[in-house]
Design a protein around this ligand. Structure first.
Ligand SMILES: Nc1ncnc2c1ncn2[C@@H]1O[C@H](COP(=O)(O)OP(=O)(O)OP(=O)(O)O)[C@@H](O)[C@H]1O
Length: 258
């Protein structure tokens, strides 16, 4: 990671207006070989402004999860460029990528990915501990307070509802103050009430803390909570909708799925 990116990652997570958080240029990512070769991403161009929230939608197999993995530096690309705050991930060695993942990006997954044997507080503190940082109890409790779970810090995941577990996962992602949060189906396993709570937490991160979110979802209602929706089909961006409504998103998605 370049010093420029490190400086910013270590400073405030709030981005400056006009910054571009993520830029993908003609990104290609294939899997398999020979007959079985699949172009999961087939020339993706995508720009994500800092301080904005973009949902990624598309039919099953259209490349949504692959896009998120490549954008976050969890997976490499075959061709094209991925720039996070202007820094080309392809040019980053393993050490730089590790620091980038630790300092600049956060993740939230559909199945929460909490450690079953740890309490909510320990789960929230884990990424910082693994990164060798001292973690204050107050910092962890503030993060849990922020997602409305200040009284559940000593509970283990199995003692929490799905919605509460996802809120712990959000607190865990946010305690490191990432500039960009990548969320893969964050409401996919939740009932509609819990989903609404999670979506309002994500909105607060964007509006309150100036963070940037890229979120894969199948749910038009979740997508409508974002500032814009990008539609993928066959590994390409085929449309982008600003200020989406659930109805318009559902209609556009249906037209891609036929
Ligand atoms: N590790 C892999 N090995 C081989 N093929 C893969 C791998 N990961 C993804 N693919 C293929 O790449 C394409 C895109 O997959 P991806 O998971 O990104 O789609 P998606 O839009 O997220 O799908 P879904 O909505 O079903 O989760 C699919 O054809 C998939 O089969």
């Amino acid at each position: 990671m370049g010093q420029n990116l490190l400086d910013r990652a270590e400073g405030s997570q709030a981005a400056r207006a006009g910054d571009v958080a993520l830029e993908m240029r003609q990104v290609v990512r294939s899997y398999g070989t020979g007959e079985a070769r699949v172009r999961a991403l087939d020339g993706v161009d995508l720009t994500l402004d800092a301080g904005s929230w973009v949902a990624v939608m598309g039919p099953s197999g259209s490349g949504k999860s692959t896009l998120l993995q490549c954008a976050a530096g969890l997976d490499g690309v075959d061709a094209g460029q991925v720039l996070l705050f202007g820094e080309d991930l392809a040019g980053a060695d393993d050490r730089r990528l590790t620091r980038l993942r630790r300092d600049t990006v956060g993740f939230v997954f559909q199945n929460f990915n909490l450690v079953a044997s740890l309490t909510a507080e320990q789960n929230v503190a884990l990424p910082l501990r693994l990164a060798g940082r001292r973690v204050g109890g107050a910092e962890v409790r503030r993060a849990l307070d922020g997602v409305g779970l200040g009284d559940r810090g000593r509970h283990r995941p199995r003692e929490l509802s799905g919605g509460q577990q996802q809120r712990v996962a959000i607190a865990r992602a946010m305690v490191a103050k990432p500039k960009v949060l990548f969320a893969d189906e964050p409401t996919g396993a939740l009932d509609s009430t819990s989903a609404r709570v999670v979506l309002s937490l994500l909105r607060r991160m964007v509006d309150g803390a100036g963070q940037t979110i890229a979120m894969v979802t199948h749910d038009p209602i979740a997508a409508a909570a974002a500032d814009a929706v990008v539609f993928l089909a066959d590994g390409r961006v085929v449309d982008r909708m600003e200020r989406p409504s659930a109805r318009r998103v559902a209609e556009r998605l249906a037209s891609l799925e036929v």
